[in-house]
Design a binder for this molecule. Structure first.
Ligand SMILES: NC(=O)c1ccc[n+]([C@@H]2O[C@H](COP(=O)([O-])OP(=O)(O)OC[C@H]3O[C@@H](n4cnc5c(N)ncnc54)[C@H](O)[C@@H]3O)[C@@H](O)[C@H]2O)c1
Length: 276
């Protein structure tokens, strides 16, 4: 996918953060856009921005966790534009809490959106993307799909699963000789609403956790992240690492293998003792 001009690009979770910025940037590159989100206000803002950039746009409320709705949506988009080239399965949510104090429903909610949302979007659009003759599926995992962290088990589970699903898909497209490229996106800390919209369990304070993320961990702007992701898609990268943190920690984990868990546990324990 060297040139997005005239290409039909589907973006889930387009009402905020990286989904919105990818949409706006691809609108400027001449793509035709199918944007969706579960939040109407955010989606309306993105729709306005991409229209101002001159893009042809189809905008629809969609919960990626609702399989039947996603299947119907894929047919609607394909019928509307006549073709579907690129799908960004970007929608996602976060949850912070230790396994001991996290309810099953919290883990299920994250899996439903972050993992099953990606599976639903991929399966629903794949026949259309194959039929396009020039397609690309872009699934968003995370740095937390490369390494696990205390308090992130729900998110880690979903994002590791997205990585496995996507890496298998890329190989299957090669084996089947389908004209479909596949990329897995692993952002580090990006300045978006993800932590502010996250849920927490146990005695974690939602606002304090979000403030910590926004202040210390979110290093890159969403606009810059969107540039890196689009560039990675253009270069057909299997793994798109977004941010210096993602790049360094990816190498570190591969160098020390499972020993990273000891370091991570010690650092987290130290940070928690400082926080009181
Ligand atoms: N921000 C980061 O530091 C970071 C790091 C790694 C991975 N990610 C991943 O990047 C992707 C984009 O997140 P972001 O950081 O831009 O966050 P964001 O919160 O700004 O945007 C996420 C969007 O997804 C939408 N969404 C949530 N649940 C949905 C559902 N069930 N159906 C449809 N849309 C839904 C939200 O309404 C929101 O508009 C997510 O998959 C996230 O897990 C983010």
């Amino acid at each position: 996918m060297k040139d997005f001009r005239g290409k039909v690009v589907v973006i889930t979770g387009a009402g905020s953060g990286m989904g919105r910025d990818i949409a706006v940037k691809l609108a400027h590159r001449g793509a035709r856009l199918a944007i969706s989100d579960v939040t109407p206000d955010g989606l309306a803002v993105t729709e306005k921005l991409v229209r101002e950039a001159g893009a042809e746009v189809h905008s629809q409320l969609l919960n990626v966790a609702e399989r039947e709705a996603v299947l119907t949506y894929a047919d609607t988009v394909a019928e509307h534009f006549g073709v579907v080239n690129v799908v960004f399965n970007n929608a996602g949510i976060a949850h912070h809490g230790e396994i001991e104090r996290t309810e099953f429903k919290d883990i299920e909610r994250v899996m439903d959106v972050d993992y099953w949302g990606v599976v639903n979007g991929t399966k629903a659009f794949l026949p259309h993307v194959i039929a396009s003759g020039d397609g690309h599926i872009v699934n968003t995992s995370s740095l937390f799909g490369l390494l696990a962290e205390p308090g992130q088990a729900a998110y880690n589970s979903a994002k590791f699963a997205v990585r496995g699903f996507t890496e298998a898909l890329r190989q299957e497209m090669i084996v089947a000789k389908h004209p479909v490229q596949v990329s897995c996106v692993h952002p580090g800390g990006i300045k978006t609403a993800i932590a502010r919209n996250a849920t927490v369990s146990g005695d974690h304070d939602q606002k304090a956790t979000a403030a910590l993320f926004d202040r210390y961990l979110a290093r890159m702007t969403s606009e810059d992240a969107a540039d890196v992701i689009i560039d990675g898609v253009r270069k057909n990268k299997a793994r798109i690492l977004v941010g210096t943190d993602a790049k360094i920690l990816d190498i570190a984990v591969r160098l020390v293998a499972s020993k990273y868990q000891w370091v991570s546990a010690k650092l987290t324990g130290w940070a928690m003792s400082k926080a009181g």
